[in-house]
Design a protein around this ligand. Structure first.
Ligand SMILES: [Fe+2]
Ligand SMILES: [Fe+2]
Length: 190
């Protein structure tokens, strides 16, 4: 690796000249507007996943429901935490987080499926997590170090979504009847 050199004076002048841009400096290599747009879709995904897990938490009934309910609630809270991280990053980039409920489901990568049985709920959450894992991996690759802070944020969230998917798969495998839904074969299918 070459030696790290930076013209501190120039950086200081530029920092002062572009003060209104907040965290965004001239060294920011990504397309800021596009990053904000992508993050707003992630925000919608996280809010929608929070809503789905909350619905499932209140609706889960039957054998083994207690441990699954607890997991649904924990996931719901983590999705909300992710939404907060993403909204904060959007404002750091000079954008506006989109919390408009209108169009939320369209902006989200994952879907809101209620499911009628505990098994269906777990399956739908697994599908949604797999969609999140696939799209967030793509986003991290696309950012490609042009915006290392956002890239790290997405990777931090991605790690949790992988754990969520694993949790759901473990529940599914411990349930009677082990048919895997066809939709799981293609994580990109909405
Ligand atoms: Fe999340
Ligand atoms: Fe998740």
């Amino acid at each position: 690796m070459g030696q790290f050199t930076a013209d501190i004076e120039k950086i200081r002048d530029q920092a002062r000249a572009h003060m209104e841009k907040g965290a965004v400096t001239v060294g920011y290599k990504a397309d800021r507007k596009q990053v904000i747009a992508v993050l707003n879709d992630v925000l919608a995904t996280e809010i929608l996943c929070n809503l789905r897990y909350r619905r499932h938490y209140y609706m889960a009934k039957g054998m083994n429901a207690e441990s699954i309910k607890a997991e649904f609630l924990e996931h719901a809270q983590q999705e909300l935490e992710h939404a907060d991280w993403v909204a904060e990053r959007i404002t750091q980039l000079g954008g506006e987080p989109n919390f408009n409920p209108e169009g939320l489901a369209t902006r989200s990568h994952a879907q809101y499926v209620e499911g009628t049985s505990l098994r269906e709920m777990v399956q739908e959450n697994l599908v949604a997590e797999r969609i999140a894992v696939a799209t967030y991996s793509e986003i991290a690759r696309w950012l490609n170090s042009d915006d290392p802070t956002t890239e790290k944020l997405i990777k931090d969230i991605l790690k949790v979504e992988e754990e969520h998917a694993d949790d759901m798969l473990n529940f599914l495998e411990s349930m009677p009847g082990d048919d895997v839904p066809a939709r799981l074969a293609d994580p990109n299918q909405k």
